[in-house]
Design a protein around this ligand. Structure first.
Ligand SMILES: C[S@@+](CC[C@H](N)C(=O)[O-])C[C@H]1O[C@@H](n2cnc3c(N)ncnc32)[C@H](O)[C@@H]1O
Length: 238
């Protein structure tokens, strides 16, 4: 692994103004202007090394993607990964029109997004904070879900994946206590084999290799998300 000092890492991310955002508060309410279009905005909170967000942005040009993490080094690694993914797809590694990587503490997420500005929030392998006394730090604690509810638009959804059974139980209870509707709940996402269309995160592929079960669910927040789900259900035979 290439080693760099803290200064080198900072310089590496500071120089990538086309991709890395060190002051995301300045874009609150103006992300569409930042991307230069009105495409829906999907955010991964705690993107880590960025495999998921870079692959999603590559495979889904019909949306804009923002990866958020609070460590310089992870932003640097995610930026390298994003450019490499474009290169491997025979695309220009400098051309990342629908991806931004933001350095920020999710604790204050409402400072970087305006109400209704987001269409989807991905929570992939969030820190489980297993001790009860730390439960408020879990990213699916009602105090966070309440913020997500405000930030998501009428088509808004939260998609959660985790290896942690205790975090999954906590999250389902949290969503249910808030009266939120869930769908596609799975206790073993890859139980019948990995779907090649499914984009895995770094943590996920490590766990899948170890045979660990992945839990997943989708939470419908916006009225339109709920309506289209109801429509799909009504079309299915009982
Ligand atoms: C367990 S890792 C998962 C990384 C990635 N999503 C994956 O599945 O491979 C959790 C990530 O969340 C980030 N994180 C945790 N709390 C955060 C916070 N309050 N603000 C920003 N990032 C945070 C960590 O830095 C870490 O990269």
């Amino acid at each position: 692994m290439r080693l760099r000092g803290r200064k080198g890492i900072r310089e590496a991310i500071e120089s990538q103004t086309d991709l890395v955002i060190l002051n995301p508060q300045e874009y609150k309410g103006n992300w569409s202007e930042y991307f230069g279009n009105d495409l829906p905005i999907h955010v991964e909170l705690g993107m880590g090394k960025g495999r998921f967000i870079s692959q999603m942005s590559l495979q889904h040009p019909e949306a804009n993607f923002i990866g958020v993490d609070m460590y310089d080094e992870l932003l640097r690694r995610a930026s390298e990964k994003a450019r490499l993914a474009r290169k491997e797809a025979d695309q220009d590694e400098a051309d990342l029109p629908n991806l931004a990587l933001a350095l920020f503490n999710i604790e204050y997420i409402e400072d970087i997004f305006a109400p209704g500005e987001l269409e989807r929030i991905y929570l992939n392998f969030s820190d489980p904070w297993p001790k009860k006394k730390h439960s408020r730090r879990r990213l699916t604690h009602p105090r966070f879900v309440d913020k997500y509810r405000t930030l998501l638009n009428e088509r808004g959804e939260i998609h959660l994946k985790t290896d942690s059974r205790s975090l999954f139980e906590f999250s389902l209870n949290s969503f249910a206590d808030m009266g939120l509707r869930m769908r596609h709940i799975s206790l073993s996402l890859h139980g019948e084999g990995v779907n090649p269309d499914h984009v895995m995160t770094e943590y996920e592929s490590k766990f899948v290799e170890q045979g660990v079960h992945i839990h997943r669910c989708e939470v419908m927040i916006g009225s339109e998300a709920l309506r289209s789900h109801e429509k799909q259900l009504a079309a299915q035979p009982l």
